[in-house]
Design a protein around this ligand. Sequence first.
Ligand SMILES: [Zn+2]
Ligand SMILES: [Zn+2]
Length: 54
Amino acid sequence: MDLKCTTCGVNLIGQDDFVKFECPQCGETTIIRCNRCKKLSTKFKCEKCEFEGP
Ligand SMILES: [Zn+2]
Ligand SMILES: [Zn+2]
């Protein structure tokens, strides 16, 4: 399984300091954010519907 931060692409395998949720708009993709991106409130973008959110 691919476990990478959606925003910065950092590899999160073996780490537990991240959040994972489904796209709030289409629900078809999984958004993964590392702790750093979460703190910085970096924008994420859904690959499928191009929804952007903080
Ligand atoms: Zn990140
Ligand atoms: Zn989406």
